[in-house]
Ligand binder design. Structure first.
Ligand SMILES: [Fe+2]
Length: 260
């Protein structure tokens, strides 16, 4: 084969290979993005992530930042264990719980949590604990960022001032809810069923969704969230955690909720 012809075929093969690789990569990226934004809500909202993937199973959403990105406020090892072990267990246990209930598969975890009384009794507690764990943690990762803003902005900032007087008063009340939650649980800023902003706390992995509220911001006060770095000083963790809050996401959740 003449050299020029061999070169042409080689060139064509290389170009084809590169195109195929790029094509596969792009389609993977598009597919992943489609999965992440599946659902009826803004891609900024946790509920977009808690829909099952096309396989019908819930999946552990990847972190949008590195394990050490929230240091010094939350350490790398805590993030790794918290996301890869604790949250992963909730996802696995939720999938196991509904494995024999095809009528529950394909629903978002929010739908499962909204009316726990409709969940078969045999798996109701498992869905409450592990569905709550999946929803709560998905939102938790999403409402933190290495580029945390110290104060909120937008419509949610105005609403916080209106409801609580000012941001400092709100922060103090939120921290108090977290400190006073006996044992494991969460502190929350929610829109309650009356449509008002409210600070509340839940035990274990109970979700405000099950009480008819829309969570906007939640802090995990289980010891697994802070004990490696803060030991028994939950108050120090609660104070430091504000440095990680992604108020853009909180504001998006608020704007989405008040449009519904
Ligand atoms: Fe947790």
């Amino acid at each position: 084969m003449p050299l020029i012809k061999r070169f042409s075929w080689l060139t064509f093969a290389v170009i084809l290979s590169v195109a195929l690789v790029l094509g596969i990569s792009r389609s993977s990226i598009v597919s992943t993005a489609t999965n992440l934004t599946a659902g009826e809500t803004s891609p900024l909202l946790a509920s977009a992530f808690t829909a099952p993937d096309p396989s019908g199973e819930f999946v552990l959403p990847p972190l949008a930042y590195d394990y050490d990105a929230l240091e010094p406020y939350i350490d790398e090892q805590t993030m790794m264990l918290h996301h890869d072990k604790h949250h992963a267990s909730y996802v696995k246990n939720l999938n196991d719980a509904i494995a024999d209930y095809p009528e529950l598969q394909g629903k978002t975890v929010e739908t499962l949590l909204q009316d726990l009384e409709t969940i078969p009794e045999a798996i109701r507690t498992a869905v409450q604990n592990n569905g709550g764990g999946h929803a709560n943690h998905t939102m938790f990762w999403e409402t933190m960022t290495p580029d945390g803003q110290s104060v909120p902005s937008g419509a949610s900032a105005q609403a916080i001032d209106t409801q609580f007087g000012d941001f400092a008063t709100f922060q103090t009340a939120f921290n108090t809810a977290g400190k006073n939650q006996f044992g494991s649980g969460w502190a929350w800023l929610v829109i309650n069923p009356a449509g008002e902003l409210e600070i509340t706390a839940t035990a274990n992995q109970d979700s405000p969704i099950s009480a008819g509220s829309q969570p906007l911001l939640g802090n995990d006060v289980w010891e697994h969230a802070y004990y490696l770095n803060y030991q028994n000083k939950r108050g120090d963790y609660l104070d430091a955690w504000w440095n990680t809050v992604n108020w853009d996401v909180v504001n998006s959740r608020y704007e989405q909720a008040i449009r519904l």
